[in-house]
Design a protein around this ligand. Structure first.
Ligand code: GLN
Length: 510
C-alpha cells in the first residue's frame, strides 16, 4: 500500500520531496482532495487557493532544474485569515472585511512563499481573533475533527482543525491570549507562541498590538521548529521586531528528540494554579506528563506566581482597550464594507457600517475597551491592568531565577460542545487562564499533546513556558516529551482521531 501523503509530517514530506519520490503537485493535490473530502464537515477553510497547484508545479520545475530550495519547499501550508495575502481574500473572520484583497503579503506569508511553501488557503477564526472556539466567526464555526459536535478552540480553530484533520501538514496562526496554544490543546496538535518580537506581525491584522504574536501550528514539534525558522527573525516592517540572531528551532527540536535534555532540567509548576480549576482528565494528564519527565531526570520544582490569578482580569481590560483603538480603522472609508445610507452623513455611514459589519463579541470588546480608556476611568481600569501586567512579568522573572521552564496544563478543559459557552462570555474568557500570562509577559510558550482525557477521550495538551528569547528551550523540552509519548503510544495521538471520511480507522487500530 502506498503511504497516504496527507498522513506524513511536514519533515517527512519534505524529505520525500527532496528525494523526488513525491512531487509538490502530488502533495498539494492530495491535500486539496482531502479538503474536498472532509472540509464540508470540518469547515477549517474560509477560502481554498485556486493557485496552489500552479505554485506547486513551479516548485517542481525549480527542483528539476536543481535550483537551491528551502527545506520545506513544496510543502503545503494553511494560513490563518488574520494574515493578509495578495492572492486570496483576508477577512479576519469578519463580515466587515468580506472579500477584502490586500495589496501586500504579511511578512510571514512572504517568507513562506520565498521558502517554497505552497499556500493552500485561508483558515477560519473567531472574528478579529476574539474568542476561544471559532464560534465568533462571521462565517460559521469550525468543527473539531475529534468530535464534530465540539469546538476546535479559538481563535485559530481553523488552522488547528486543518492540521488535525490532515488537510494541511502546517499552518500559521496568531496568539494574543492563547489562540495558537489553546486550539492545539483541544485538537491534539502542536502550537507555539514565540517570544514577543520574535516573529514579524507586519500584515497580521492587529488585535492587541502589545500582545499579538504569529506562530506555527503543526502535528509535530520538529515541524513547528521548521516553520518557525522560516517565518522568524528581524523584519524592518515591524517596529517591535527583535534584531536578535536566532538559533535554528528545528535543530533544537532534533536535539530534544535525540538527547537527554531532560536530565537536570528544572521544571516549575505554579503552586497557585489550583488543581480544582481543571477538568479531572486534564489535571491527570498533566501530572502523568510531569511524572514521565521526572523519570527522565527532570526536577519538578514548585514555584510561586501569585499574580497569575489576576491575569484574565488584566488581559480583558488591556486587550479590549487596544482592540478598540486598532479596530477604529474599519471606518467604511479605507477598508472593506461600506453601507449606503441614503441622505445620511459620514457619521451615519460609519455607524451603520460598523453596526452591520461587526459581530456581537467584537462590539462587546470595543465598548469595554473604549470605556476602560475613557477619561475618569483610565487609571482605575487600564492603568490598574497595566500594573498587574508588570507584577505578572515579575512573577516570571522570579520563577526563571530558579527554573528553566514553567509547565502548566494548556487550558482548563478539553473541547467543549458547540453552543455550550457562546452566551456566557465570562466562562469563554476563563478558558484562557493558563495561556494569557505568557502574552502579558512577552515570553514564549508551546503546547504539546500529552494524552486523552479519561472521561471524554478528547485530546489534552501540556504547556511549557520559557524566558523571553529562549524559544529554543521549548523546542528541546517539547520534542523530548513528544518522543517519549510517541514511543509509549506507538504513534502520534492523531493516529487515534476519527478518519472523517466514513472509513473510521479508529475502531480498526485500537
Ligand atoms: N481567547 C482569547 C481571546 O478571546 C484569545 C485571543 C487570541 O489569542 N487571539 O481574546
Amino acid at each position: 500500500m502506498t503511504t497516504d501523503i496527507t498522513r506524513l509530517s511536514a519533515a517527512q514530506l519534505a524529505e520525500r520531496l527532496a528525494a523526488r519520490e513525491v512531487s509538490s503537485v502530488e502533495a498539494t493535490r492530495a491535500h486539496l482532495d482531502r479538503i474536498a473530502a472532509v472540509d464540508g464537515d470540518v469547515h477549517a477553510f474560509l477560502h481554498v487557493s485556486d493557485r496552489a497547484l500552479d505554485v506547486a508545479a513551479d516548485i517542481d520545475r525549480r527542483r528539476a532544474a536543481r535550483e537551491e530550495l528551502g527545506e520545506l519547499a513544496g510543502v503545503p501550508l494553511a494560513v490563518k485569515d488574520v494574515l493578509v495575502t495578495t492572492d486570496m481574500p483576508s477577512t479576519s473572520g469578519s463580515k466587515i472585511l468580506e472579500g477584502y484583497m490586500s495589496p501586500y503579503d504579511a511578512t510571514v506569508v512572504a517568507r513562506s512563499r520565498a521558502a517554497g511553501l505552497v499556500p493552500l488557503g485561508k483558515t477560519n477564526m473567531d472574528e478579529f481573533a476574539m474568542g476561544s472556539s471559532t464560534e465568533h466567526s462571521a462565517y460559521g464555526p469550525t468543527r473539531n475533527p475529534w468530535d464534530l459536535g465540539r469546538i476546535p478552540g479559538g481563535s485559530g480553530g481553523g488552522s488547528a482543525a486543518a492540521v488535525a484533520a490532515f488537510e494541511a501538514p502546517l499552518a500559521l496562526g496568531s496568539d494574543t491570549g492563547g489562540s495558537i496554544r489553546q486550539p492545539a490543546h483541544v485538537t491534539g496538535t502542536v502550537g507555539v507562541k514565540p517570544t514577543y518580537g520574535g516573529v514579524s506581525r507586519y500584515g497580521a491584522i492587529a488585535l492587541a498590538s502589545s500582545l499579538d504574536q504569529v506562530g506555527p501550528v503543526t502535528r509535530t514539534v520538529l515541524d513547528a521548529g521548521l516553520l518557525h525558522d522560516v517565518i522568524g527573525g528581524h523584519d524592518v516592517h515591524d517596529a517591535t521586531s527583535l534584531p536578535d540572531a536566532w538559533p535554528s528551532f528545528a535543530e533544537a527540536a532534533r536535539e530534544g528528540a535525540r538527547g537527554d535534555v531532560l536530565k537536570g532540567l528544572r521544571i516549575g509548576v505554579v503552586k497557585e494554579l489550583p488543581d480544582s480549576g481543571f477538568q479531572p482528565g486534564v489535571a491527570a494528564s498533566f501530572r502523568e506528563s510531569l511524572a514521565r519527565l521526572e523519570a527522565q531526570g527532570a526536577e519538578i520544582v514548585e514555584i510561586s506566581a501569585p499574580h497569575f490569578e489576576y491575569a484574565v482580569a488584566a488581559y480583558y481590560l488591556i486587550l479590549p482597550a487596544e482592540a478598540s483603538s486598532n479596530l477604529a480603522k474599519f471606518d467604511s472609508v479605507r477598508f472593506g464594507m461600506r453601507l449606503d445610507v441614503p441622505g445620511g452623513t459620514v457619521e451615519d455611514v460609519m455607524s451603520a457600517t460598523r453596526d452591520a459589519g461587526f459581530g456581537p463579541e467584537v462590539k462587546r470588546r470595543i465598548i469595554l475597551g473604549t470605556y476602560a480608556l475613557s477619561a475618569g476611568y483610565y487609571d482605575a481600569y487600564y492603568g490598574s491592568a497595566q500594573k498587574v501586567r508588570t507584577l505578572i512579568q515579575r512573577d516570571f522573572d522570579q520563577a526563571f531565577r530558579s527554573v528553566d521552564v514553567v509547565a502548566t496544563p494548556s487550558a482548563p478543559t478539553t473541547a467543549f460542545r458547540i453552543g455550550e459557552k457562546i452566551d456566557d462570555p465570562l466562562s469563554m474568557y476563563l478558558n484562557d487562564l493558563t495561556t494569557i500570562p505568557a502574552n502579558l509577559a512577552g515570553v514564549p510558550g508551546i503546547s504539546v499533546p500529552s494524552g486523552l482525557a479519561a472521561e471524554d477521550g478528547l485530546p489534552v495538551g501540556i504547556q511549557f513556558l520559557a524566558p523571553a528569547r529562549e524559544d529554543a528551550r521549548l523546542y528541546r523540552v517539547g520534542a523530548a516529551l513528544e518522543a517519549l509519548l510517541v514511543d509509549e503510544w506507538g504513534g502520534s495521538l492523531l493516529d487515534r482521531a476519527p478518519d472523517l471520511t466514513g472509513n473510521d480507522v479508529k475502531g480498526a487500530t485500537r
